[in-house]
Design a protein around this ligand. Sequence first.
Ligand code: HEM
Length: 448
Amino acid sequence: MTDTTIIDGVPPGPAMPMPLQTLAILTRQRPFLERQRRRYGNMFSIKVAALGHLVVLADPALIKHTFMADAKTLHAGSRSPLRKVLGDNSLLGIDEEHHMEQRKLLLPPFKGQRMKAYEPLIEEIAIAEIDRWPVAVEFETAKSMQRITLRAILRAVFGATGARAEELEELLPTWTDQGQSLSRFPQLHRDLGPLSPWGRFLRLRAKVDAILDSLIEDARRDPDLPERLDVLAMMVLARREDGTALSNAEIRDQLVTMLAAGHETTAHTLSWAVERLRRHPDVLARLVDEVDAGGKELRDATIREVQRMRPVISFAGRHTMKPFEVGGYRLPAGILIGLSAGLTHFDPDLFPHPDRFDPDRFLDTKPGTYSWIPFGGGVRRCIGATFAHMELDVVLRVILQRVAFEATTAPDEPWKFKGVAWSPAGGGKALVHRRPVREAAPEIAAAA
Ligand code: HEM
């Protein structure tokens, strides 16, 4: 084959029947994909139930080419099973001009310079939760991390406090659980009354929407709205080019989208951080020294390394709406492309000794845009990536300041697929002792 030969169709892949490939991708994803990479290289196709052909890419050049492709050729939203569940306006379910318009309106609250303002809020939420951790008994951190990340989104994104925050905290976990299951079974998307799965889901969403409407209406009347920090306030203030504001329905869909996209992903990453650090006491000791000295460089690098080794979203997906050329193939319309963080992050040519947990690899080197892709890329790159990094950083800082972990020699916790994201199967088990809350240095205390 010469360099210019283009093959029409999908690249080769395993001949195993689709049900077996589906089972492998759900239960033994990494070894299964690594086997295909050894055999077929960094581009191959597998067959997955409900998805059909999935063309897997694990090469930074091909990933870049695909992330940069024209939004009319590759969609990420319109064919997403989440569209029906999150609402017609959801950023995760729209494409092309509609997507660019909404994304532009939603970007300002997620810009880097605003992150400092959210830190005290996240710190307060993390302290309240971590001070309730049991001491000297092993426990799963997963539920606790989920409470932290849910409260972070309710306060910082929804701007909810008091009774409405409590009610949302009660309703939303059930709603997201139901939504995750229903996104996999489009045949159930029929309202056959309050006892049917879709009927139950819609009624729960109506309750959530009523609370969100009251938050939005309060914001519209709030004379101090421009001073507010929450994302909802910025959505209410946002204006399209023609001067019109976002409707309540648009704001509601984007709020629940941020919850769905940002709550469990961040919580699972925190549980993975605990899982990794307890198995690497050398890194842990350096992190504790660093936090006590007021630093954060190693913590930043550690977060990036946790996301490299344990990317909670293993693929960013793109659907071909027209034939699309990549890696010597012209893929037909109707194909799903999976840009694989799970494989790319373990390529020894990109990350030497990829199975080694080594935050130092990111100490003086920023991760590559197309080789480190836990947040996807291009115009669909996670809009909450900076927020998520800030939240991971603040929560880890609070944890390191307030508790000491007991290291473990237990085997690594396996990966478990939770509908959308991958979490540690053991729930990120921790065994901690309280650290004395550090007093201010005498000269600072005297000055105070
Ligand atoms: C560790 C935490 C997180 C991870 C690993 C993560 C990962 C991802 C990934 C892989 C995508 C798809 C990107 C693509 O297709 O190229 C995405 C999209 C998105 N994420 Fe996140 N995310 C996280 C946290 C958050 C947070 C905290 C928020 C909001 C508060 C958020 C909001 C969104 C939204 C709205 C999209 C859709 C963007 C678009 O289509 O334009 N995510 N995220």
